[in-house]
Design a protein around this ligand. Structure first.
Ligand code: PEP
Ligand code: MG
Length: 882
């Protein structure tokens, strides 16, 4: 017969599945001899059966009876006994800690009779009113405010703000009021049978597993819905018996910085929920040494025992009842990102864990948090509003309302924040020039957010409460404050808050470290240094960077990138070069087109020379032009207006007219599924060959100057091997021509992106013509789901996230089941067709911690991500391999 109830002495910490986190740790503490009030745990399996069948398992009641009888015998009291009652607490406790589930009911066993047996004094009546309040609220759904208002009202009548000023008679009266409130809402009297109280509380814990908030939380966190929760029944100890009693929380190390010491809070003469509710002011745990030295010393010993036992920072809840210390809960404690790194390496030094384990104790997400500068937390600057925390960090500067001004002012040495309703590719220069970007529209995958994250630049997006008026060059906050162009604002990309004026910024010592300014006297920097080195030794995955400029390439290299996995060439067609692209598109015949390409060639070549130099000796994957051509042409509406005005004025406008015709011709309903990538290369004669020539000539130039370029040419958006073959034949011809002309042979690899489902499904064929694959998981996610990557965020992702359909956007963390499955197929079939085929990924997912583990698991050779994500990817690749 299944055993559904475990005495605390029967369990241990490895039984979290069965006993939940809280129950398993209570059992563990009991077994290592710590003072835990006796009790027992009802298993998650009992909960599962109760939820599946709508009633308890048949044998459960008998088991509870047996364990309760044993508890009563041990305590020498009976539950709810009129003369000398045993009281118990009932607490939920799932395998994963879950906000949204019922938590605790204290003092079960008190009734109109047993409250007299307990003492008929202030303490007894206070305990009874707490039971009615907690039972009413968590078991029966009585609104908590009703009880709180009644308590406040009584304190008002007694002219006090402190619960402790209420005497036994007051609290007895309050019990009467609370019972009335209970009856009013439940249409029943407060139960006077202690066993019914216990049974109702147990069922309420079971039912809370399926409360709306718990269901939503599980869906978002991907916690399986069928785990169920355990229920802990524990004999009560009292911290509210007088000044020799109290309750507190403690940490074995500082969860903020990791420093060893005494951290926690203590509250004299109180029960546990008083600390959490913040009703009265706590004192620092150190003060306990003066208040009750014996208990303090014992607590310090216990903290050492727990640390040695769990080999990690623990947090603890305890109660002192008339000078006797009791442990009510412990668990491996939450900590800040900085503390996580410091503690992990401290534990290595203390001989508690090895470096492999230390690496598992930190995460890439924590490292990323440590890389952003922050605002000084003590700011009292005026808050203007709040948007989405799109790209973390802290930025201060003068508000500017267009990119031209951003560039102009920053050139003259001003720090600026680019404020726009939304950004588009034309804002790129302004974004580069700005300290940070603020938009009033668009979500976390809007242009501003994605580009800012890529650049490691602070961004707050979608701050809808701010009225951004680019025409009048000002923004208006909801409180009426007006920020004119040139006024200083501060934006916090970690919280989304926007401030008026300049908030002091603290730089990140971790970024300084990656930049090469190593300060090993800083605890955090030393910890990061050690763990990064260990991750690099351990990892199998290479880490490259996405970089389009020599500056980005240099930074990426300093941050540890082992090459460039994606050099997008489209920015090389923007800015002043736009006019040449226009000429290319408008070209009337081969000669005009050739002329336009001739002008672009040396510009491109110089770009590549710079990048190859910055990445000398390391591979550089250059992707040929990808976006649809119309992106390089003027906006259709603006151009139409210009043409119409010129016509009205009778001016010459032949060029604009031709441009407008071209824009119309190139206009597409679904440009992301249109004339882009390899399709462009096949349709615009000479475009890709010009790019290949620029690459080959640049590499030849580098080799002649003693450099060592390692060139990989990548063809985007291939869906069929025939597309690749056609481009590859031309590219190889150009490479041969350049070799003949320069006398230098450039050994370039030619490969493709895998970013369409058809490419993944025919990877075996494509691999015949490709020397490498790089998974473009941005487009692959877009095409597998049928989600437009540019529109979904604003359109419906927030609803999907709210409803728990996604825990996280599939554009942020790779969808393993769908997109991941295609990647597995392509890896297997690609390598089968071409053993040793080089495989990488260059979509945004290359720097996402969870996705890096997937790429390790499927056996890719490298991930490629934006320069600022390189350290994160290195750390996660190391964690995946240990
Ligand atoms: C991709 O699609 O994943 C990719 C890297 O290419 P882009 O984002 O430039 O479309
Ligand atoms: Mg793509």
């Amino acid at each position: 017969m299944t055993k559904f109830v475990y005495d605390f002495a029967e369990g241990n910490r490895d039984l979290k599945d069965l006993l939940g986190g809280k129950g398993a740790n209570l059992a563990e503490m009991t077994n290592i001899g710590l003072p835990v009030p006796p009790g027992f745990t009802i298993t998650t399996e009992a909960c599962q059966e109760y939820l599946a069948n709508g009633h308890e398992p048949a044998s459960l009641q008998q088991e509870i009876d047996e364990h309760l009888a044993a508890l009563e015998a041990q305590m020498g009291k009976k539950l709810g006994d009129a003369a000398d009652p045993l009281l118990v607490s009932v607490r939920s406790g799932a395998k994963f800690s879950m906000p949204g589930m019922m938590d605790t009911v204290l003092n079960i066993g008190l009734t109109d009779e047993s409250v007299i047996g307990l003492g008929d004094n202030r303490f007894a009546w206070d305990s009874y009113r707490r039971l009615i309040q907690m039972f009413g609220k968590t078991v029966c759904g009585v609104p908590g405010e009703d009880f709180e208002h009644a308590l406040e009202e009584l304190k008002r009548i007694r002219s006090t703000e402190d619960d402790l000023d209420l005497d036994a008679a007051d609290l007895k009266k309050l019990v009467g009021t609370f019972k009335d409130i209970f009856r009013e809402h439940t249409k029943q009297d407060f139960p006077q049978d202690p066993r019914q109280q216990l049974a109702d509380a147990i069922h309420a814990v079971f039912d809370s597993w399926n409360s709306d908030r718990a269901v939503l939380y599980r869906r978002q966190e991907r916690i399986p819905a069928d785990l169920g929760t355990a229920v802990n029944i524990c004999s009560m100890v009292f911290g509210n018996l007088g000044s020799d009693s109290g309750t507190g929380v403690a940490f074995t190390r500082d969860p903020g910085s990791g420093v060893r010491g005494v951290y926690g809070d203590y509250l004299v003469n109180a029960q546990g929920e008083d600390v959490v509710a913040g009703i009265r002011n706590t004192v620092p745990l150190q003060d306990l040494q003066q208040i009750d030295k014996n208990s303090y010393d014992q607590l310090m010993d216990i903290m050492t025992t727990l640390e040695n036992h769990y080999r990690d920072l623990c947090d603890i809840e305890f109660t002192i009842e008339r000078g006797k210390l009791w442990m009510l809960q412990t668990r491996v404690g939450k900590r800040t990102a900085a503390a996580a790194f410091v503690i992990a390496t401290q534990l290595v030094d203390e001989g508690m864990i090895d470096l492999d384990e230390a690496l598992q104790r930190v995460t890439g997400a924590q490292l990323a948090m440590l890389m952003f500068p922050r605002f000084d937390g003590s700011t009292n600057a005026e808050r203007l509003g709040k948007g989405m925390n799109a790209s973390p960090g802290a930025a201060v500067g003068k508000a500017v309302f267009d990119s031209y001004t951003a560039v102009k002012w920053s050139r003259s040495g001003e720090k600026v924040i680019l404020v726009r309703r939304e950004t588009n590719p034309d804002d790129l220069n302004g974004m580069i020039a700005a300290e940070g970007i603020l938009t009033s529209r668009g979500g976390k995958t809007s242009h501003a957010a994605v580009v800012a994250r890529g650049m490691g630049k602070t961004c707050v997006c979608g701050a809808e409460e701010l009225d951004v008026d680019t025409k009048r060059r000002r923004l208006v906050a909801p409180n009426g404050v007006v920020i004119e162009e040139g006024d200083v604002i501060s934006i916090d990309g970690s919280s989304g808050v926007v401030y008026k004026g300049s908030v002091p910024v603290v730089p990140s010592p971790v970024v300084e470290y990656f930049e090469g300014n190593v300060d090993l006297s800083d605890d955090l920097v030393r910890a990061v240094d050690r763990l990064m080195k260990h991750a690099d030794d351990a990892r199998r995955l290479g880490v490259r960077s996405n970089a389009d400029t020599p500056e980005d390439a240099e930074r990426a290299r300093r941050f540890g990138a082992q090459g460039i996995g994606l050099c997008r060439t489209e920015h090389m067609f923007l800015g002043e070069r736009r006019q040449h692209v226009e000429r290319l598109i408008l070209a009337d015949g081969d000669t005009e087109r050739a002329e336009a390409l001739e002008t672009l060639l040396p510009l491109q070549r110089d770009d590549f020379v710079g990048i190859f130099a910055a990445m000398d000796g390391l591979p550089v994957t250059v992707r040929l032009l990808d976006p649809p051509l119309h992106e390089f042409l003027p906006d259709i509406t603006e151009l139409s207006v210009r043409v119409a005005l010129a016509e009205a004025r009778g001016e010459k406008h032949e060029n604009d007219l031709r441009l407008l015709q071209a824009v119309h011709k190139l206009h597409e309903q679904n440009p992301m599924l249109g004339l882009r990538g390899v399709r462009l290369g096949l349709v615009i004669p000479g475009l890709f060959t010009m790019q290949v020539r620029a690459i080959a000539e640049a590499a030849a130039h580098r080799i002649k100057s003693g450099g060592d370029p390692k060139v990989e040419i990548m063809i985007p958006l291939v869906g069929a091997v025939q597309e690749l073959e056609a481009v590859r034949t031309d590219a190889e011809r150009v490479l041969r021509e350049v070799a003949e002309e320069t006398g230098v042979v450039v050994d370039a690899l030619i490969g493709t992106m895998i970013e369409l489902p058809r490419a993944a499904l025919t990877a075996g064929q494509i691999a015949e013509a490709a020397q490498f694959f790089s998974f473009g998981t941005n487009d692959l996610t877009q095409t597998v789901w049928g989600f437009s990557r540019d529109d979904v965020e604003a359109a419906f992702f927030s609803a999907y996230l709210e409803k728990g359909i996604f825990g996280v956007s599939p554009f942020e963390t790779l969808d393993r089941d769908g997109v991941g499955r295609l990647i597995r197929i392509a890896v297997a079939e690609g390598r089968a067709a071409r053993p040793g085929l080089k495989l990488g990924v260059c979509g945004e997912h290359g720097g996402d911690p969870d996705s890096v583990h997937f790429f390790h698991e499927v056996g890719l050779d490298y991930v490629s991500c934006s320069p600022f994500r390189v350290p994160v990817a290195r750390l996660e690749a190391g964690r995946a391999a240990t």
